[in-house]
Design a protein around this ligand. Structure first.
Ligand code: ADP
Ligand code: MG
Length: 221
């Protein structure tokens, strides 16, 4: 068995609009080892969100392959990608992580009914970890930006994933809350899990074992 929790090889993704073709990813290869936090940085438009979506199986690359714990995710039917995602992956996007008409607790429960049980933490424990225990019954629209980001993290962790993929997880947070979230993310790697974070924050790159810089859809040397 491989020691990588996530691996991608020569990923390509083109966006086509009429005759225009934007290459968003141009041959990106990377691996995340067990216990590793990798940060991805790069200017706006360099392909960070596209990379994250392809790694998460939310988008399909035009070329290349993604494997999660040795299992190929790319170029499979959506139902299979969804099954692999629900067992192995936590995904935290910049917005849209919660179902609007469900409370924070119900959002966590919704993920948990679809995934294996095992040793995963319950909703109250997850909310305690992100400092939101008293907001369990709140609807997403009743939360501040920072609370929403932490609730999204609790939802992303509720299937106890092997890999957490997060796009700007601390973008909305003040310094103290950012540290709380980073401690929580860092603690996940003690159990041989992996984390990939897209970020602009120096505090976030500070907890990373490795920083990968994207430029124009490629990994910069
Ligand atoms: P980043 O997250 O680093 O800002 P993105 O991955 O969002 O970069 O975008 C990479 C490139 O792909 C940019 O040139 C962007 O304009 C283009 N792009 C992203 N999403 C789409 C889309 N849905 N349709 C067309 N072009 C897109
Ligand atoms: Mg982006």
């Amino acid at each position: 068995m491989t020691d990588d929790v996530l691996c991608c090889h020569e990923l390509y993704r083109f966006y086509r609009c009429g005759d225009e073709e934007t290459p968003a990813l141009r041959g990106v290869s990377l691996r995340i080892a067990r216990g590793e936090v990798v940060a991805v940085v790069g200017p706006s438009g360099s392909g960070k969100s596209t990379l994250l979506a392809c790694l998460a199986g939310l988008d399909e690359p035009d070329g290349g392959a993604v494997t999660l714990g040795g299992e190929r995710v790319s170029h499979r039917p959506e139902a299979e990608r969804a099954r692999i995602r629900s067992r192995r992956l936590g995904v935290l996007l910049q917005s849209g992580n919660l179902v609007a008409h469900l409370s924070v607790r119900a959002n966590i429960q919704l993920v948990q009914v679809r995934t294996r049980s095992g040793e995963r933490p319950g909703p109250d424990e997850l909310l305690e970890q992100v400092g939101l225990r008293e907001r369990a019954s709140a609807l997403p629209r009743e939360l501040s930006g920072g609370e929403l980001a932490r609730a999204g993290l609790a939802v992303a962790l509720s299937n106890d994933p092997d890999v957490l993929l997060a796009d700007e997880p601390t973008g909305e947070l003040d310094g103290r809350t950012e540290q709380l979230v980073l401690d929580l993310i860092r603690a996940r790697t003690q159990d041989s899990r992996g984390v990939l974070l897209v970020t602009h924050s120096a505090a976030v790159t500070g907890i990373a074992d490795r920083v990968i810089a994207l430029s124009d859809g490629r990994i910069a040397a």
